[in-house]
Design a protein around this ligand. Structure first.
Ligand code: AMP
Ligand code: MG
Length: 392
């Protein structure tokens, strides 16, 4: 049995990014770059007007009257050179004449008979986006480890980049065990309950961008469990098993995992809920066997699995962040095990909810946070700062 902090350390010490792949930018959302990206071009690629107005070449003698000599609109292939005192009509995004030294917004100008008169101060390169001012060719655009959020993806597209090298998403299989489980949508016979962990874990994974998760279901039967776990392990980077990891006579997951030469890293954590969590490795496959009680399974997912998956995909900040929040209702913590409590964080603090049983999801459904109370704590009075994990 390990403590919560030991369990977290062991998980992080045993999960690593494994592979990288080159993928289209459109598929790269929320993944992490496995290499620095160098800009293939200057951005902007040419001196560009930031306004609709007039590009001018001014000097000491030419300050407010210019001769209009041309018009350049966005997209025009017109790399013009001006003489001092000349101006061109120009529009936002158009290439300014190569020696223009200001663009005057049209609101500050009048034009009569081809002569431009300006009512504005002139400063060097006013309203001109200089070539390469955002980034120069061969400069690093984004470094290895950068998260590809929509802005990063847009930025790379402005540089003409279509593919990126990222840390691969894991192949994940969920294995659900239990003779008592019935599919929602079919009638419930006596002694059975509806199976809910698969969809709960699938959607928790989907929320973090992990889709296409494989799902296997097995009865509480040693041979079947062994066979399905072997399938899952050989075809996945992560195997998440629900149920069958406790000490009952019909809990076969632990036995099957060991028979498949799984290396147990830890089994059982001094925490509530989620004590019977098993964590192990089978070659390169990471295995979490979660207690079947729904609230235990989800707690273990949020606390251990989420950060393990983030580490696998190369997130340098993979550890789940905590916040110290003022407790709004006193809580009498009884046992010595650490506790993760379903709670609601509001603008004023955090409230621990009723119905903390590991078999119940009704309070979890309303929670947006888990309050973490360390081992050995007792009565926690109102307004004490408590450690809180956001689960939103
Ligand atoms: P186990 O960890 O297999 O001993 O299961 C612990 C409790 O969780 C039992 O009451 C099970 O019926 C329940 N349980 C196990 N798996 C699921 C599941 N997939 N969906 C809903 N409840 C489950
Ligand atoms: Mg079971």
């Amino acid at each position: 049995m390990v403590s919560v902090s030991e369990a977290l350390e062991l998980v992080h010490a045993n999960v690593h990014t494994q592979e990288t792949c080159e993928i289209p930018l459109i598929d790269a959302l929320d993944l992490y770059l496995s290499k620095d990206i160098v800009s293939p071009i200057h951005m902007p690629p040419f001196h560009q007007s930031a306004m609709d107005g007039y590009a001018v070449l001014y000097d000491d003698e030419h300050q407010n009257k210019f001769i209009l000599v041309d018009e350049i609109k966005a997209g025009d292939n017109n790399n013009k050179t001006l003489k001092a005192g000349e101006a061109v009509r120009i529009f936002t995004g158009a290439p300014t004449p190569n020696n223009a030294n200001a663009v005057i917004m049209q609101e500050n100008t009048t034009v009569t008979d081809g002569i431009l008169v300006i009512e504005d101060t002139l400063t060097p390169n006013k309203n001109i986006r200089l070539a390469g001012e955002q980034i120069q060719q061969q400069q690093i655009a984004l470094t290895q480890g950068s998260k590809l959020n929509p802005a990063a993806i847009g930025f790379l597209a402005t540089l003409g980049i279509t593919h990126v090298s990222v840390y691969k998403k894991p192949k994940i299989t969920i294995v659900v065990t239990g003779n008592e489980l019935t599919e929602p949508g079919t009638p419930l016979t006596f002694g059975k309950i509806y199976e809910s962990n698969a969809i709960m874990l699938q959607t928790a994974l989907a929320k973090k961008g992990f889709n296409n998760v494989k799902l296997l279901k097995v009865k509480d039967n040693y041979k079947e469990t062994l066979h399905q776990l072997e399938q899952a392990i050989t075809s996945s980077d992560f195997v998440l098993i629900s149920g069958g990891i406790s000490v009952g006579d019909y809990d076969f997951v632990g036995k099957a995992l060991l028979a498949l030469n799984t290396q147990q890293v830890f089994y059982k954590i001094k925490q509530k809920p989620g004590k019977p969590l098993f964590f192990g490795k089978n070659k390169n496959t990471t295995i979490f066997a979660l207690p079947g009680n729904p609230a235990s399974a989800l707690t273990c997912f949020y606390i251990y699995i989420e950060s393990a998956l983030q580490k696998f995909i190369g997130n340098p900040n993979y550890q789940k962040q905590t916040k110290q929040v003022s407790l709004q209702n006193e809580y009498d913590k009884k046992g010595i095990r650490a506790e993760f409590l379903k709670a609601v964080v509001t603008g004023t603090g955090v409230e621990i909810l009723n119905n903390q049983s590991s078999a119940m999801l009704n309070s979890f459904a309303k929670a947006n946070a888990l309050v973490y109370l360390e081992e050995g704590r007792g009565m926690i009075s109102k307004h004490t700062l408590v450690t809180t994990y956001s689960i939103d």
